[in-house]
Ligand binder design. Structure first.
Ligand code: WT7
Length: 652
């Protein structure tokens, strides 16, 4: 992108100061920025010192062979001990680690003492099955407590886990198992989704046809449905775990020992196995969980409403909250089962104080209408978080108002699977929030926006988001492919980490994320971000959600084509509305950003992690047959959109 980005045209002047009560007792104050810039490594050392180390490090950062970082060199620790045992040893064994809520309404309360026993049993069972330090273990599970237990048992043994989201296909599972050469799989018969038991084990059986090196499959019984059984390979969790001793002596692992591999989807290319290691990762997630969510382990009830199969779940359901001794809610199912009030019922039931979720869900709640959350007492909430994509200003304001009762700050947190933990976010006790802005790099993180040449852009300018300095929870490489690691992240700009996102700095120097750089459109020589046009559309009260693509156009190079979902069930579009929306965007962003076409659609194509698949919409807009739809959550969505095509308006 260039300076021509329509940066400051989207006029967003609303500001929300931190609540005085929160600011007065915030875990982190404004001083943190100064402290970190005075001595960044000393700042991260203090963050690492919050953990329990068996051996101290001798060097904070070894960056002698960039981009291959080593953090806390020589230090040793055990992640599971840090997340579980040390809280029990400190007399907090009775504290609840998880309030788990199954979709059908079953519940389990798991204390830190319970978790310690279960993790030790599972570690003993894995050892008995022949899992050794360094072996990769694939985990393909629903959102049940055993998933956390399995991850921590692997971490305890130093066997890197590789969690595959339970919604992924057997193909996705087998490619990932092959890529990291895992010989063990942990799964379950199934889980509950939208009111039904949905099976997982058959996908494992299918995947393993092409993974001959897998020796054992450990199966948790969740739904009780029938499963095919391969004797000698398959073992029931309750047969091998329950009988084990709850004692297990944990070994301290090197700070740079691999903790896990998590594959990023990669919409076109082969998925990348992102490698995270022990000491730096745990430092990053525990510190940012403390700093950004202002966690008070004694009183807060924390809920990351995401799946453990994504990095958000790894960092902010499992490792961050547990390292801090916090109490979390974990929910198995979807927000609409048995009805659209389910999340708010859960918030009220467990008196959730901090909620962390994605803009895509927030926009879905907007579409359903504010009457639904209004039926529930949500007064326990004190802080709200957003992650996964840019949050449109209207969605931010709606979230703050109708979920947060106008009193809860919203932290818009930018990060990636690769960064391991949050990099850019407001600090809830310090920052006056701007709807739609992720604001500033956290203390100790050095972010910038640069132009094509890698030069820092001035305030008011737009370009590529980069990170200038290594950080503890950074990926160490792509599993088995150092070259690709260098090429993907460190080659576009010399010495800078290239995130792949477009961003702009406003006149105060605050950061606004603009989506993946691949999603930037070039209209008559102007770079226009899909995010900005989408936010302009969503700022019209009739629009719940919008997706924008650039379609090739003989006169303008690319022309803007917008797909919108209207607010309220059954709302219909029409010529008048379409021209109103085109006008609305032109008014908000300038005539150059007026969409050539606006199509009212019932749904948008999303990946299973909730990201809009603009590539498919572009196929529609350019009248091509659809590309690969296998990562879509719901493949019927594209039929629904194609049916709508005749109503599209394109005259000017
Ligand atoms: C990409 C990373 C971070 C955990 C979930 C996604 C986008 C993420 C934000 C945000 C704008 C965001 C970026 C990023 N993204 N958070 N707050 N504002 N964009 O992890 O699947 O690795 O995706 O998600 O484009 O690069 P991921």
């Amino acid at each position: 992108m260039t300076k021509e980005t329509l940066s400051n045209l989207l006029k967003e002047n609303r500001r929300f100061d931190p609540p005085p009560e929160l600011a007065a007792h915030a875990n982190v104050t404004a001083d943190a920025y100064a402290e970190a810039s005075a001595d960044r490594l000393a700042f991260w050392e203090r963050a690492a010192e919050r953990l329990q180390w068996d051996e101290p490090w001798t060097q904070v950062l070894d960056w002698s062979n960039p981009p291959f970082a080593k953090w806390f060199v020589g230090g040793k620790l055990n992640v599971a001990v840090n997340c579980v045992d040390r809280h029990v040893e400190a007399g907090r064994g009775d504290k609840v680690a998880f309030h788990w809520e199954g979709e059908p309404g079953d519940q389990r309360t798991i204390t830190y003492a319970d978790l310690k026993d279960e993790v030790c049993r599972a570690a003993n069972a894995l050892t008995e099955l022949g899992v050794n330090k360094g072996d990769r273990v694939a985990i393909y599970m629903p959102m049940i407590p055993e998933t956390v237990v399995a991850m921590l048992a692997c971490a305890r043994l130093g066997a890197p886990h590789m969690v595959v989201f339970g919604g992924f296909s057997s193909d996705a599972l087998s490619t990932r198992i092959q890529d990291c050469d895992a010989h063990f799989v942990i799964t379950s018969d199934g889980g509950y989704r939208r009111g039904n038991a949905s099976a997982l084990k058959p996908a494992v059986d299918e995947a393993l046809k092409s993974c001959p090196d897998v020796r054992n499959v450990l199966v948790v019984r969740r739904t009780g449905q029938d499963v095919d059984w391969t004797e000698g390979r398959d073992v029931w969790w309750h047969d091998v775990v329950d009988q084990q001793s709850a004692e297990h002596t944990a070994e301290a692992h090197d700070a740079e020992h691999p903790l896990y591999v998590m594959y990023t989807s990669g919409t076109t290319a082969k998925p990348k196995g992102i490698l995270h290691t022990t000491g730096g990762y745990l430092t990053g997630v525990s510190w940012t969980h403390y700093e950004v969510f202002d966690i008070k382990p004694e009183t807060d009830i924390f809920w990351t409403a995401a799946d453990i199969g994504w990095v958000t779940g790894h960092s902010y359901i499992v490792y961050g909250p547990l390292a801090n001794g916090a109490t979390s809610v974990m929910y198995e199912g979807t927000p609409d089962t048995p009805d659209r009030g389910r999340w708010w019922e859960i918030v009220n039931k467990y008196k959730v104080t901090i909620l962390y979720c994605a803009p895509t869900v927030i926009r879905m709640f907007m579409k359903w209408g504010e009457d639904i959350p209004a039926k529930y007492d949500l007064s326990s909430l004190r802080l709200l978080g957003s992650v996964g994509e840019p949050i449109n200003p209207e969605a931010y304001v709606w979230y703050r108002e109708f979920i947060g009762g106008g009193r809860c700050p919203v932290v818009d947190t930018w990060w990636q699977t690769e960064t391991g933990s949050i990099m850019i976010s407001p600090l809830p006790g310090v920052t006056a929030g701007k709807p739609g802005a992720a604001m500033k790099a956290l203390p100790g993180v050095v972010a910038d926006v640069v132009d094509d040449q890698g030069q820092s852009v001035p305030d008011g300018g737009g370009g590529f988001l980069v990170l200038r300095e290594p950080w503890p929870s950074m990926l160490r490489t792509i599993w088995g492919d150092d070259e690709r690691y260098i090429k993907t992240y460190w080659s576009k700009f010399d010495g800078l980490y290239f995130a792949g996102d477009g961003a702009k700095k406003d006149s105060d120097g605050d950061l606004w994320l603009l989506g993946r750089v691949d999603d930037v459109m070039l209209v008559s020589g102007h770079n226009i971000s899909t995010t900005e046009v989408e936010s302009a559309l969503v700022s019209n009260p009739k629009v719940a959600e919008a997706a924008v693509v650039g379609a090739s156009d003989p006169t303008t190079g690319q022309a803007i084509v917008a797909f919108v979902i209207l607010r309220g069930d059954g709302a219909e579009g029409g010529d008048e509305l379409v021209s109103e929306l085109r006008q609305h965007v032109a008014k908000a962003l300038g005539p150059i950003a007026r969409p050539r076409q606006v199509m009212v659609v019932p749904e948008l194509p999303k990946t299973r992690s909730g990201k809009i698949m603009r590539r498919l919409l572009q196929d529609v807009a350019e009248h091509r047959s659809l590309g690969d739809v296998t990562t879509l959550t719901d493949s019927t969505v594209m039929d629904l959109i194609s049916e709508k095509l005749p109503t599209a308006k394109s005259e000017d």
